[in-house]
Design a protein around this ligand. Structure first.
Ligand code: CP
Ligand code: NVA
Length: 300
């Protein structure tokens, strides 16, 4: 049997994506009702983090424990990765010892090389280009609050970054329209936009992007690895903050999402983040449930 990896959402079919979301909802219910689901008993997940994390680490680690398995955290500081051992060699060795490898890294080609050299599933927990695990959680959250996303309009406000690229993939797989508002020079991957031009549109103002939108999503202006650009980006993204005023121009029941961590007063106003009705905390929680469904899908 060939090993299935999860490097981008395109490693799933649209049907598999929908099935996985349904399973995530079931697993969430089971966890809430304390129904045992030790589907990964004695299985081990290696977690390679070359960038910081709160949600991703805790959700994968808690998920493995809840499913009867365990995980091992590896960072460059305390593994041979930090002393120059190639990622490919690391993947070969880890896949002799564990049942799946989760990787958060910089260039997307690093994770591709790791997958090519791994005999167990490799999961993308964020690269410079994609963040597919977050999209599983975002889509689960949308389905829970508003039903199937097919035919809806979603707006992306801000940087055409790893999250935005993953939203484009989700739009294609789940059949929704995506309107992206970004400053010139901060567009998502051009090949992705081109391949999906029937459903993906780029505009220059957030106000244009949110018209008729059921979901308004954003992310930080400077991603991990771009810290030195923070100041320039703050100028370039001026006018791209998601505010209550902007949300009133979307559909009346439109949801706001942010993968977190959020910077109040930059890409999102404090008022939006601290709205008691926000779904961003559900969105964060769903990382756990959606990834448990993913781990089961890849490992069972
Ligand atoms: N959204 C997300 O991936 O959060 P962390 O960086 O905390 O893992
Ligand atoms: N675009 C952000 C997402 C963080 C979860 C980054 O890559 O830093």
């Amino acid at each position: 049997m060939t090993t299935r990896h999860f490097l981008t959402l395109n490693d799933l079919s649209g049907q598999e994506f929908r099935d996985l979301l349904q399973r995530a909802v079931e697993l969430k219910q089971m966890q809430a009702n304390r129904v045992p689901h030790e589907l990964l008993k004695n299985r081990v997940l290696a977690m390679v983090f070359e960038k910081s994390s709160t949600r991703t680490r805790v959700s994968f680690e808690a998920g493995m424990i809840q499913m009867g398995g365990s995980s091992i955290f590896l960072s460059p500081q305390d593994s041979q990765l930090g002393r120059g051992e190639p990622e490919e060699d690391t993947a070969k060795v880890l896949s002799r010892m564990v049942d799946a490898i989760m990787v958060r890294t910089f260039e997307h080609k690093i994770i591709e090389h790791m997958a090519e050299n791994s005999s167990v599933p490799v999961i993308n927990a964020l690269t410079d280009d994609y963040h597919p695990c977050q999209l599983l959680a975002d889509m689960q959250t949308f389905f829970e609050h508003q039903g199937d996303i097919q035919g809806h309009t979603v707006s992306w406000i801000g940087d055409g970054n790893n999250m935005c690229n993953s939203y484009i993939n989700a739009a294609a797989l789940l059949d929704f329209e995506l309107v992206i508002a970004c400053p010139s020079g901060y567009e998502p991957m051009s090949a992705l936009v081109e391949a999906n031009k029937g459903r993906v549109k780029i505009v220059r103002t957030p106000e244009e992007a949110v018209v008729g939108s059921s979901l308004v999503a954003t992310d930080v202006w400077a991603s991990m690895g771009q810290e030195e650009e923070q100041q320039k980006r703050q100028t370039d993204f001026s006018g791209f903050m998601v505010t209550s005023k902007l949300m009133t121009q979307a559909k009346t029941d439109a949801l706001f999402m942010h993968c977190l961590p959020a910077h109040r007063g930059e890409e999102v106003s404090a008022e939006i983040m601290d709205d008691p009705d926000t779904v961003v905390w559900d969105e964060a929680e769903n990382r756990l449930h959606a990834q448990k469904a993913l781990l089961e899908f890849l490992m069972c």
